[in-house]
Design a protein around this ligand. Structure first.
Ligand SMILES: [Ca+2]
Ligand SMILES: [Ca+2]
Ligand SMILES: [Ca+2]
Ligand SMILES: [Ca+2]
Length: 563
């Protein structure tokens, strides 16, 4: 019935999407900063992604992990995982599946074993779907890509490794253990009911199993760790089975040996894939227990728009929900939470790759504000710009700090993106959720030399991933020398040379040899999302014996780096 009560709102969003508008007036905007493209046809770069924060306390780095299970480097669909810098997109290293059909990278996730905020494990699932092999899980050091362990599945065709999480030590050997989903494993006669394996972190031996209860239910499609949701001071975890019972289930268990069921939440619509995406979030209903967001994108039911439910961590009961704007939008296939506009109120990012926009299947990332005690309201949307892009198939929130601008950095998967000759190579775009356009502005007044006031101009705005030319006039009419002053603030400092210095110190000083006429300096805009919004102020002082004190001054130029 929520569809009726929210119909007015849905119509409003639908009209926004149809118009292709990017972010509503309530949001402050968004800026595309980095475009990370697939390199071969059909690899659908951005179909699977996860953020990892790793590194040392005083020198944090942030990484974006992109799974490419369709990569053919080591055989057809052997798979690949790229670990990239989240700040500039640089490829740090790639990992590869061993054999054709491994689908290495079908799932990527991370684990912080001791809760110090540093990610200790990068976990890569290779589900070996369709090969009759059992699947496996591989664990890596996220900083180096060094392989720490492999946990093989044991049941052929089970798709072991389709999901995984690290839980506390369940078997008492003082080492944390794993829960690994095998969502296509049979349970007795229940084909594809799904099984979750609880595995010792010491020797990979099985501690316990949890079984799905309906054929084709895909129990174990997602596993996620929770806080302590039942108040016994023991952390808990949850298992999603998006097809169980036809609507999907999410079941919470205690991290005990064996795990004990605490509650079960179920979908409310047939074939809605409740549990396709899951995310543990903070407390929204005021009971001091962390809650969950559950996506139900209805992947195979085009008569539903998809929805996202806020679920009580204490009981599994639904606190509130929000549906996508139109049927077949697949709203809820990916979920993240942050603060898109920096107002301190949580915002939920929802991937909806089936959104048509002003075309067909362009896909969208919809932003919904989630104010306590839990009412969603539409904040903004990014719509793909080409039919079939399927923008929003994955979302990864990049925990970048310090942030020069308000808002979040979100990596958005666009697996249907085409490059010339490379259909469906895919793309991941890193957005800043605050509008931060690149800009150029001249300011201040120069001081003349032989041929008047020399000019300093930029050929273009300094957007990331572009180059610009700085052109500096030579006022002297003959080869001469000059000093480029670069700083981060404007100033107005009188000098004995009569011209005014327009850049606030401290400066970076660059000596230049100016040819007759002008000097053109090709410059690559430094690509690092932490520079988004940074202002760079430039001025040139030239030796010119025709100037009043032998120095001419250009006016200044302020470059604002951005998208
Ligand atoms: Ca253990
Ligand atoms: Ca507990
Ligand atoms: Ca709660
Ligand atoms: Ca907000």
């Amino acid at each position: 019935m929520q569809h009726h009560s929210k119909s007015g709102r849905v119509v409003r969003i639908a009209s926004v999407l149809a118009a292709g508008v990017v972010f509503g007036a309530a949001a402050s905007g968004q800026t595309a900063l980095l475009h990370l493209k697939g390199t071969s046809a059909g690899e659908m770069y951005g179909a699977i992604a996860e953020e990892v924060s790793a590194g040392f306390v005083f020198a944090p780095n942030y990484e974006l992990v992109v799974g490419v299970p369709e990569d053919d480097t080591n055989g057809v669909d052997a798979g690949r995982v790229d670990v990239r810098s989240a700040t500039n997109g640089t490829l740090l290293y790639s990992l590869y599946g061993a054999n054709a059909g491994d689908r290495f990278g079908a799932r990527v996730t991370q684990a912080d074993l001791n809760g110090d905020g540093r990610i200790d494990y990068l976990l890569v699932g290779a589900d070996q779907r369709g090969t009759g092999s059992p699947g496996y899980l591989a664990l890596f050091d996220p900083l180096t890509g060094f392989q720490l362990a492999t946990v093989p599945g044991t049941v052929p065709g089970s798709e072991f490794g389709a999901s995984m999480a690290v839980v506390r030590d369940l078997d008492g050997d003082a080492v944390n253990d794993y829960v690994v989903g095998a969502p296509n494993e049979d349970v007795g006669l229940l084909v594809g009911a799904g099984v979750v394996h609880v595995i010792s972190g010491v020797n990979n031996l099985e501690i316990a199993t949890l079984d799905g209860v309906s054929a084709g239910g895909h129990f174990g499609w997602n596993v996620l760790t929770l806080g302590d949701v039942d108040g016994d001071s023991i952390p808990d975890f949850a298992v999603a089975a998006p097809s169980e019972g036809g609507m999907g289930t999410l079941t919470a268990y205690s991290e005990t040996s064996p795990p004990v069921q605490l509650w079960q939440a179920t979908g409310v619509n047939a074939l809605e894939d409740f549990g396709e995406a899951v995310l543990s979030v903070s407390d929204f209903d005021g009971d001091s227990i962390a809650d969950l967001l559950v996506g139900a994108p209805a992947l195979l039911n085009p008569s539903l728009p998809g929805r996202v439910a806020l679920i009580s961590g204490a009981t599994g009961g639904q606190i509130t929900d929000v549906s996508g704007p139109a049927n077949a939008d697949r709203f809820g296939v990916a979920i993240q939470i942050g603060d898109a506009n920096g107002d301190g109120v949580a915002d939920v990012y929802v991937g909806a790759p089936g959104v048509n926009g002003p075309g067909t299947d362009r896909g969208a990332m919809v932003v919904e504000t989630l104010a306590a005690p839990g009412v969603f309201s539409f904040l903004g949307v990014i719509v793909g710009d080409v039919d079939g892009d399927a923008l929003g198939s994955t979302l990864a929130l990049l925990p970048i700090s310090p942030r020069p601008i308000l808002g979040d950095y979100v990596a958005v998967g666009v697996p249907g993106h085409d490059e010339p000759g490379l259909p469906d190579c895919g793309l991941t775009i890193v957005y800043a959720t605050t509008s931060s356009p690149a800009a150029v502005q001249g300011y201040g007044t120069g001081w003349p030399g032989t041929n008047g006031i020399p000019n300093l101009v930029s050929s273009a705005i300094p957007a990331f991933e572009t180059s610009i030319n700085l052109t500096i006039d030579n006022s002297a009419g003959a080869p001469t020398v000059a000093l480029l002053l670069a700083g981060f603030a404007q100033a107005s400092i009188p000098t004995r040379a009569q011209g005014t210095i327009l850049v606030s110190p401290p400066w970076v000083l660059i000596a230049l040899a100016l040819p007759v006429g002008q000097l053109v300096m090709p410059s690559i805009v430094p690509t690092d999302v932490r520079y988004c919004g940074l202002k760079v102020d430039l001025q040139v002082l030239e030796q010119d014996f025709g100037a009043s004190r032998n120095i001419s001054f250009t006016p200044a130029l302020e470059l604002t780096l951005g998208g």
